[in-house]
Design a protein around this ligand. Structure first.
Ligand code: MTE
Length: 306
């Protein structure tokens, strides 16, 4: 595994512990990038020499967050209407510790790490993003899931008063936005619960206060603004599969060989990209993380389990 180890970081008196951890970890990584051994080096998993970090202005303004509208610019315009403090998370299902928990209490004492990941949307655009977050395994273990917890399901907040996309008009989605992972996927060291980006707390449009990041899967698996974690023995329903089962599956592993019914997945537009300068590049199996994750799917026909 080529993942940076978490440093031993003390809390801060002048800012929230989470913001401090996000920023501190980012600055440390910045120093590594400055020394030229970050990207393309051993500090980050799966990155290639020509993977440049996408400008922050794009990462935080070109978004999919249908709770705020379907246009890429809607989340940055309207997500500030969502209140994220206090933030309560309900943990349920097949685990020893279930109930309602304050977000701060769940992440307390856990090290925030920086991971620069390639991020590939099913719509065939991609970015390279410096996320700050906590390995999902460290979060889930706290609830002591039982042996028959085979999957974990995540739900996004439902609050139409603050989420204009949930108020009906454009909404073909049956809220809440739902996603799920197999437990071995959830426990994989690359799977991150993201609390920050570019060394700052996560902006609302990117899924504050925390969102999933599974870098070898299409972006729709990376559910935002999570308020519920449920351990289950059955494969959960996920929003896009429920909406259009012929187009979106449960696994959603990035796969250049399996086309979306309406477009090829063989290549992607790396942002920034324009109509006149589309910046195409080939899409890699498992988004370039095959060495780390292909074993999870040994023996599975990935054209069937798409
Ligand atoms: N989570 C929720 N709750 N609602 C959404 O509409 N969109 C998904 C995913 N998570 C979405 C979501 C899709 S399709 C993508 S590509 C990513 O979020 C986009 O993340 P970003 O806006 O941070 O780039």
């Amino acid at each position: 595994m080529l993942i940076k180890q978490p440093p031993d970081i003390p809390g801060s008196e002048i800012t929230s512990e989470q913001a401090f951890l996000n920023r501190r970890q980012f600055m440390k990584q910045g120093a590594i990038l400055g020394a030229g051994v970050g990207i393309g080096g051993t500090a980050q998993a799966g990155l290639q020499a020509d993977d440049e970090v996408t400008p922050e202005a794009i990462v935080t303004s070109y978004n999919n967050f249908y709770e705020f509208g379907t246009d890429k610019s809607d989340p940055a315009k309207y997500a500030h209407e969502m209140t994220i403090d206090p933030w309560t998370v309900e943990v349920s299902g097949k685990a020893k510790k279930t109930g309602k928990f304050a977000f701060e209490d769940i992440i307390k004492g856990l090290d925030v790490e920086e991971r620069i990941y390639r991020f590939r949307c099913v719509e065939a655009w991609s970015m390279v993003v410096p996320w700050n977050g906590i390995p999902l395994k460290k979060i889930l273990e706290q609830f002591e899931p039982s042996g028959d917890a085979k999957f974990v399901e995540f739900r996004t907040l439902v609050r139409p008063a603050e989420m204009r996309g949930q108020r009906g008009l454009f909404s073909s989605i049956d809220w809440p936005y739902l996603e799920g992972l197999r437990m071995d996927e959830a426990y994989h060291p690359l799977t991150l619960m993201v609390t920050g980006v570019f060394g700052k707390d996560l902006p609302n449009q990117n899924g504050a206060p925390w969102r999933l990041m599974v870098p070898w899967k299409y972006g729709f698996k990376s559910v935002k603004s999570i308020v519920s974690i449920r351990f289950t023995d059955r494969q959960p329903r996920n929003t896009w599969q429920a909406l259009q089962p012929s187009e979106y599956g449960f696994y959603a592993n990035v796969n250049p060989e399996v086309s979306h019914p309406r477009w090829s997945q063989a290549r992607e537009r790396r942002l920034p990209s324009s109509l006149f300068a589309p910046n195409w590049r080939p899409t890699l199996p498992f988004n370039g993380y095959a060495d780390e994750v292909a074993d999870l799917y040994a023996g599975m026909d990935l054209s069937k389990f798409y």
